[in-house]
Write a protein of this length. Structure first.
Length: 456
C-alpha cells in the first residue's frame, strides 16, 4: 500500500493582557473578606506563612464592572505582553508513504516507511521598550525554514491465543515546536535589560521509540495491558533563560553589557523510559446489581534524563536529577549534569468507576499526576538553607475528583449533572521546592452544573 497526502496549516495568534490602574483612592478595608481557614502557602523548618482571609471575588468583580470608567489601561504594559504573542504562521507538510503487512498463523508483521517535507513561514513582531519603560513601537519580522524527515515503523504481534497478544514495536516520531515557540518575535526591554525572543530556527524533536506490550481481552467488554517503553530523543525543545554579555564579538544587535535573554532552544539528547498498566472491564461477573459496575484504572511510571548543557562544574542537587555519563560524548570534564525532561511527570494515575442500568449512567473519576519541571533555570544560584542549585521552575502535583450522572427521561429528554474539582485542589507552582520557594498558589473552586438536554 502506498499513498500521498498534504497538510496545509495557517494560524494567526494574538494574546492581550491588560493592566488597568484605578485612578481614585481605594480603601481595601471596605471589601468584604471571607474566612479561609489559615491557607498555608509557605513552610520552612516549621515556620509558616498563612493567609487567614481572602477578598470576596464576587464583590471584587462587581466593583470592577461598576467602576470601569475609573480604570485606565497602561499602554506600555499592554504592548509588553501583546507584541510577543502576535504571529502569522504557515506550516505546510507533504508526505508519501509505503506500507505492507503479512501474517503467518499466530504471527503478524506490519511495516512502513514515511517521507515528509515541511515548509514553514512565520511572521512576528520586533519591538522595543525604552530605558524609562516606554513602548517605542513594533515592526513585522518574517522568517522561513524547511526540512525533510524519514519515519520507519515496524510492528510485530504474537497471538498467544484468541484473547491474548504480545506486541513488539519500533517507530520514529516527530514533535514539532509549537507556533508560539517558532514565532520570530524579538522584544528588547532597555528598562529591565531583558530580551524576549522566539526561535524560528528550532529543529523538530525526533524520537526513536521501542515498545513491548502484553494485552489480554476479556470475554465481556474490557482489557488488561502491561507495557514497557523506551524513547531516545534528540533536538527536544526547552525554555532557555541565559545571561548574555554583549561585547564586540557578539554585538550584532547593537547592545552592550549583560542582558537576560529568554528564548527557546534545542537540547542535544534526552531519554524517557518507563512502564504503563491499564485495566478496563465491565464487572458483569459480580452478583446482583454490582454486575452493572464498570472500572477503568491506568498508571504510568516514567523517568527522563535530558542534556541541557549543564556541566559538572555547575551544581544541581535536586532529588529528581541524575548524574549521567554520555558514552562517546567527549565531554570535558567527563560528566554532564542531566535533569528531568521539561514537562515530563514521572507518575500519572487515572481511575474511574461507573454504573449503568437502563437509561441511567453515573461515573466517578480520579486523576493525579506528580510535579514536573516547567522551565529550566539559567545557571546555579545560592538559595538560603540549600546552597548552590539550579533555580528551576516546577508545576506542582495535580489531582482531580469528578462525578457525572445521566438519565434519559424519554427518547428525547435527558437530565444531566456534573461536578468537577470536588476536592478543590490547591495548584502550586514553585522554584526548586514547593515549601521553600512557591510563586503561585491557586484554588480554582468546585464546579457544579445541572442541565436538561433535548435530542431530535
Amino acid at each position: 500500500k502506498t499513498g500521498l497526502n498534504a497538510s496545509l496549516t495557517y494560524k494567526r495568534g494574538i494574546g492581550e493582557r491588560l493592566l488597568r490602574n484605578y485612578s481614585s483612592n481605594l480603601d481595601i478595608s471596605k471589601f468584604q473578606q471571607i474566612e479561609n481557614a489559615n491557607w498555608s502557602i509557605f513552610n520552612r523548618s516549621g515556620r509558616t506563612y498563612e493567609i487567614p482571609w481572602l477578598i470576596d471575588l464576587d464583590q471584587a468583580k462587581e466593583f470592577y464592572i461598576t467602576q470601569t470608567p475609573r480604570f485606565q489601561t497602561d499602554l506600555d504594559e499592554w504592548a509588553l505582553s501583546t507584541e510577543t504573542s502576535k504571529y502569522n504562521a504557515n506550516e505546510n507538510t507533504y508526505a508519501t508513504y509505503l506500507m505492507a503487512d503479512f501474517q503467518i498463523d499466530w504471527f503478524t508483521v506490519l511495516g512502513g516507511l514515511r517521507l515528509e517535507y515541511t515548509d514553514n513561514s512565520y511572521t512576528g513582531r520586533e519591538s522595543e521598550i525604552s530605558s524609562s519603560g516606554v513602548f517605542q513601537g513594533a515592526t513585522d519580522i518574517t522568517e522561513t525554514n524547511s526540512y525533510f524527515n524519514l519515519f520507519p515503523n515496524l510492528q510485530t504481534v504474537f497471538s498467544i491465543n484468541n484473547f491474548t497478544n504480545l506486541r513488539f514495536a519500533y517507530s520514529r516520531s516527530i514533535g514539532r515546536p509549537n507556533f508560539g515557540q517558532l514565532n520570530p518575535y524579538v522584544q528588547r526591554n532597555f528598562a529591565t535589560r531583558t530580551i524576549q525572543r522566539g526561535n524560528p530556527d528550532l529543529s523538530p524533536m525526533l524520537s526513536n521509540n521501542f515498545d513491548v506490550l502484553f494485552e489480554h481481552y476479556f470475554l465481556n467488554v474490557g482489557q488488561f495491558t502491561v507495557g514497557l517503553f523506551y524513547k531516545d530523543m534528540k533536538d527536544f525543545v526547552f525554555s532557555s533563560n541565559q545571561v548574555v554579555d554583549y561585547s564586540a564579538d557578539n554585538n550584532d544587535e547593537g547592545l552592550t553589557g549583560r542582558w537576560n535573554v529568554n528564548s527557546f532552544q534545542n537540547g542535544e539528547q534526552a531519554t524517557v523510559y518507563g512502564a504503563e498498566f491499564t485495566w478496563q472491564q465491565n464487572l458483569e461477573f459480580l452478583p446482583g446489581i454490582l454486575g452493572n459496575l464498570g472500572t477503568y484504572v491506568n498508571y504510568s511510571y516514567s523517568q527522563s534524563i535530558a542534556d541541557v548543557g549543564r556541566t559538572v562544574n555547575e551544581r544541581y542537587t535536586h532529588g529528581l536529577a541524575e548524574l549521567f555519563e554520555f558514552v562517546g560524548g567527549n565531554v570535558d570534564p567527563d560528566y554532564k549534569y542531566i535533569t528531568p525532561l521539561e514537562g515530563q511527570r514521572p507518575h500519572i494515575v487515572n481511575a474511574g468507576l461507573d454504573f449503568t442500568k437502563g437509561d441511567f449512567f453515573t461515573q466517578i473519576t480520579y486523576q493525579w499526576s506528580a510535579a514536573a519541571i516547567s522551565s529550566y533555570g539559567s545557571n546555579d544560584q545560592t538559595l538560603v538553607s540549600v546552597g548552590n542549585v539550579y533555580y528551576d521552575q516546577f508545576n506542582g502535583a495535580t489531582k482531580d475528583l469528578s462525578f457525572t450522572a445521566r438519565y434519559w427521561l424519554s427518547e428525547n429528554f435527558q437530565v444531566w449533572f456534573d461536578a468537577s474539582n470536588i476536592l478543590n485542589n490547591l495548584e502550586r507552582d514553585y522554584y526548586y521546592e514547593p515549601d521553600l520557594y512557591p510563586y503561585t498558589s491557586e484554588l480554582n473552586g468546585r464546579e457544579i452544573t445541572l442541565g436538561l438536554r433535548y435530542r431530535l
